[in-house]
Write a protein that binds this ligand. Structure first.
Ligand SMILES: [Ca+2]
Length: 160
């Protein structure tokens, strides 16, 4: 019985850790990003964000990656525990004033707010190696193909 009790506790912990995570669909994420004002923010488009998030996390909010320096990267944008959030382990600047585990749930508005801070730094989206490698200088319109975005793109706003 004791062993079963442990199994139940472990299962409950796994459920608690994963139940609130989400793998976003491409267009669904695009809509979220545009609603949060990322299209055009600091000169980057929704395509830049989709491309980056794809290569960073595969749109999986639960993704955690560990770096050789002992820090870890969290969530859909793989934000780093030395700079942007506090995981209780890595010495951190915690520039986004948040706990890293908050970057692993399906609610990504806080992730987006933090990512806005990242991209506002001097290096912009070069903060993400994968963006630099796979997205910079590419035609990113493919990322939005087939998405019916409810938010008007900036180009239309300029002309109206
Ligand atoms: Ca979050």
């Amino acid at each position: 019985m004791k062993a079963w009790g442990s199994v139940v506790v472990i299962l409950a912990m796994i459920m608690a850790a994963t139940v609130d995570a989400k793998i976003y669909g491409r267009c669904e994420l695009a809509t979220k990003l545009e609603k949060a004002g990322l299209n055009g923010f600091k000169g980057y488009t929704t395509g830049d964000w989709l491309c980056m998030a794809h290569y960073e996390s595969g749109f999986d909010t639960s993704f955690v990656d560990h770096n050789p320096d002992g820090s870890s990267n969290y969530g859909i944008f793989q934000l780093n525990s030395s700079w942007w959030c506090d995981n209780g382990v890595t010495p951190t600047q915690n520039l986004c004033h948040m706990e890293c585990h908050e970057l692993l749930n399906r609610h990504i508005l806080d992730d987006i707010m933090c990512a806005k801070q990242v991209v506002s730094s001097q290096e912009g989206m070069n903060a993400w190696d994968s963006w630099n490698q796979h997205c910079a200088g590419h035609d990113l319109s493919e990322w939005l193909k087939g998405c019916h975005l409810s938010v008007k793109p900036d180009a239309e706003r300029i002309h109206s």
